[in-house]
Design a protein around this ligand. Structure first.
Ligand code: GLU
Length: 447
């Protein structure tokens, strides 16, 4: 049995940190098992789905490195869904209901007032011919519900352990809306069966769906072969403040991380381990994350997502990144290996390396805070080529000449030579700046 998993986003919004967890864990599990990872686009709702969102999701997954072995759209499979529905209708498992949303709402309110769970009462199963004729005459269109067995459904969840759901406490799910649109529940099962999905890994907001879908799977596997998949439901993310993220997810899109200079590997390193017993650490290799991925280490508590943690991990990742791993991007910025080695410990995003390119090889405005000192220093800069030893020889000479020492010596020099108060070791960047630029900057000239 080849492990086959799928990530199934609806193209009705951008990929965000909440759903990237499902995408990543499916991918890691597939790669650990030498299995297959499918990308399914859940676009049965043609009105809310757009090709821009779909393209965006694909681009974000590619950027993250989550390549897929196969991909398809649900909108290409309506013929299959129609066929299954005809069979379910013939078996009485899919039945027409004519209640309006207002009528359903009224029923639920009455049930609640009587202290009953708001479960659909199956009134539609006992419509008389006259009632049906009256609905049709009114021009009402039916929505279609699946008839649950009203028994206990049980499965061994890879994260939650033994789960039991009594489907007599669950309303018969609507599979087809009155306007003919397939809701996600049935097409998902048909696809999972047809594509021989072995494991469904998704958020715990789907646990009740799973009970319903297992009942549907049992019918479908008889019709179309295959097995009921194994399930793993992960907890949902909360923010650093412990509050749910659902309302904030718009601002936590993968696109926005990319725009802020977050490396894809920072996102995957964090999301692979967040909410597990394994420590979060920067890791450029997705396969290495896959090799250590294990449902056994996954906790059930909500996982805390903190943007500050992502930014810090991004910086840590860059500090450890060798030139060769990012040489293409650095070459475009005019940053060579020598400069990268000097600055990588001092940046939070790769783009910041270009500021240091200007410091080392371009022109900057020096900041002169002690003119007598820097003027004296300008005359003491040794000749090119400068080496790592040049800095201490130079600063000793300035100290001897001016009597300045400590902060009063080093800060004015750093400010004049780099235009800023902080940065890499001066001994390391001084040789890259070179004697000509150094003399000009110490003299207060832009160079
Ligand atoms: N399109 C569904 C969602 O985004 C897929 C859920 C699933 O993985 O089955 O919630």
């Amino acid at each position: 049995m080849t492990v086959t998993v799928r990530f199934a986003p609806s193209p009705t919004g951008k990929l965000h940190v909440g759903n990237v967890r499902a995408a990543l864990w499916n991918w890691l599990f597939a790669r650990r098992e030498g299995g297959r990872f499918l990308l399914r686009i859940d676009d049965t709702d043609r009105e809310r789905s757009t090709s821009e969102y779909e393209d965006g999701i694909r681009a974000d997954l590619e950027w993250l490195g989550l390549n897929w072995d196969d991909t398809f759209r649900q909108s290409a499979r309506f013929v299959e869904y129609d066929m299954v529905c005809d069979a379910l209708k013939a078996d009485g498992l899919l039945y027409p209901c004519y209640e309006t949303p207002e009528e359903l709402d009224r029923k639920r309110r009455l049930q609640r007032a009587r202290g009953l769970p708001p479960v659909y009462d199956r009134a539609a199963l006992s419509y008389t011919d006259d009632q049906l004729a009256a609905f049709e005459a009114e021009g009402r269109k039916p929505h279609w519900r699946f008839r649950l067995s009203q028994t206990e459904v049980q499965w061994r969840d890879l994260i939650r352990g033994e789960v039991v759901v009594d489907t007599s406490n669950v309303s018969d799910p609507v599979l087809i809306r009155a306007d003919g649109v397939y809701l996600y529940t049935l097409p998902s099962c048909i696809d999972d069966v047809d594509y021989r999905i072995t494991h469904v890994i998704r958020g715990e907001d789907h646990v009740t769906n799973t009970a319903v879908q297992i009942e549907i799977f049992r019918v479908l596997t008889k019709m179309r072969g295959g097995n009921v998949p194994i399930f793993a439901h992960h907890s949902l993310l909360v923010g650093a403040d412990g509050q749910g993220l659902s309302k904030r997810l718009g601002g936590l899109s993968i696109e926005s991380f990319r725009a802020r200079g977050i490396e894809p590997e920072a996102v995957t390193s964090l999301m692979a381990r967040l909410g597990t017993a394994q420590a979060v650490a920067p890791e450029r290799s997705l396969q290495a994350l896959a090799d250590t991925f294990s449902f056994e280490t996954v906790g059930r508590a909500p996982a805390r997502f903190d943007e500050a943690e992502l930014a810090a991990l991004n910086a840590k990742l860059l500090h450890e990144t060798p030139f060769d791993a990012v040489s293409d991007r650095l070459a475009q910025m005019g940053v060579d290996a020598a400069l990268w080695d000097v600055v990588r410990g001092n940046i939070e995003t790769l783009a910041e390396a270009s500021e240091w390119r200007d410091v080392a090889y371009g022109a900057i405005d020096p900041v002169i805070e002690d003119e007598p000192l820097t003027t004296a220093a300008a005359a003491l800069v040794p000749d090119d080529p400068l080496s790592e030893e040049s800095w201490s020889a130079f600063t000793n000479a300035v100290k001897d000449k001016t009597g300045a020492k400590g902060k009063a010596l080093f800060m004015p020099l750093r400010h004049a030579l780099t235009g800023r108060a902080r940065g890499p070791e001066m001994a390391a960047i001084f040789p890259l700046i070179g004697a000509v630029r150094a003399r000009a900057r110490l003299a207060g000239q832009r160079s």
